[in-house]
Design a protein around this ligand. Structure first.
Ligand code: RI2
Length: 318
């Protein structure tokens, strides 16, 4: 019988944390997944190069199969695995470790650079409305605050998991005044804000933005009120498969995020739907802010071609 290669406990634990959303947010997921591949490589006891490669692919698959929508995850795995090179296990290990370090450092630099670019869109006295919790979106506010721009925020709580609470906390740490609202109040507050500022889990080649459920309706509301829609997304959020007609899979999460079992039993027989993301069409987006500059959504494809070319490898498949 062929033994499957050992997956390092850190890989298993990281995969569990991503699946259960203890680790969440597209950039953070990518960062942690890369780190887990680093642990797999560093502590591998594979005795020949092919066994090492198989082990790395198996670990990457386990991480890949956790959540389907944020493309930063496969982009991170691809970056690490395509840089795996060498004739001996020791050389392969070194190449993976180097690649992981590079990826994680680039991620941090990209977010800082993106923040500086996004901050340029914010003026003194502006009010931003946020949805969910995005470290890329917050980087823009942080850079603005650092340069002395005074901004305020209207923060949507973002059901079902209330990730707006994390945003509110981070903004308060930055000294930004926060008004927390329930999701249903967003349109009521649209006249009071100067920007809708959101992150992204994936961006398609046509400029469509896949982000936390509720973003698409919010963007329609912002358009109706003439509020510009700004999407903060590092280039690892660009979904290379969409260059060749691939679709972004929308994650459907557990019903218990929406309703407790007791409440459900009390209501009687119902279906519950819990898609985690929706798709905002490019016509409802004003700017996609990346570390490589800001783009009208329709021209983000130019950056995608430059970064990925036309072919997309999936080096974790056997
Ligand atoms: P950063 C989150 O998804 C939100 O949808 C957020 O806008 C996006 O990831 C990007 O987050 P989830 O993991 O990479 O909470 O900007 O489902 O941190």
């Amino acid at each position: 019988m062929v033994q499957s290669p050992a997956v390092h406990p850190e890989v298993r634990e990281t995969a569990r944390q991503i699946a259960e959303m203890e680790t969440r947010g597209a950039a953070t997921i990518a960062d942690e997944a890369a780190a887990a591949l680093g642990a797999q490589a560093a502590e591998s006891d594979a005795d020949d190069p092919e066994a090492f490669r198989t082990e790395m692919r198996t670990a990457a698959r386990e991480l890949h199969d956790t959540r389907p929508t944020a493309v930063s995850l496969p982009n991170a795995l691809r970056y690490v695995l395509t840089g795996m090179e060498g004739e001996s296990v020791a050389a392969l290990k070194r190449s993976v470790e180097r690649r992981v370090d590079e990826f994680r450092a680039d991620l941090e630099d990209a977010q800082e650079q993106l923040g500086r670019i996004g901050a340029g869109r914010l003026r003194d006295g502006d009010v931003v409305m946020t949805h969910c919790h995005s470290t890329d979106a917050l980087a823009c506010v942080e850079a603005a605050v650092e340069r002395g721009t005074e901004v305020e925020a209207v923060v949507k709580e973002t059901r079902p998991r209330n990730q707006g609470h994390i945003t509110a906390k981070r903004l308060r740490e930055l000294g930004v005044p926060v008004t927390l609202i329930v999701d249903n109040a967003a349109h009521r507050y649209m006249d009071d804000v100067d920007h809708l500022l959101v992150g992204a889990d994936s961006i398609a080649a046509d400029g469509s933005v896949v982000n936390k459920i509720g973003t698409a309706g919010l963007a329609v509301s912002a358009r109706d009120r003439g509020v510009p829609v700004m999407v903060a997304a590092q280039s690892i959020k660009l979904h290379p498969k969409t260059l060749t007609g691939g679709a972004v899979e929308i994650e459907e999460r557990d019903d218990v995020e929406v309703i407790t079992e007791d409440d459900r039993a009390d209501i009687g027989e119902i279906e519950v739907a819990n898609p985690a993301f929706d798709v905002t069409p490019p016509r409802h987006v004003d700017a996609i802010v990346t570390e490589r500059g800001q783009f009208p959504p329709e021209s983000v494809v130019v950056l995608m071609r430059e970064l990925f070319g036309e072919s997309v490898e999936e080096p974790w498949t056997e």
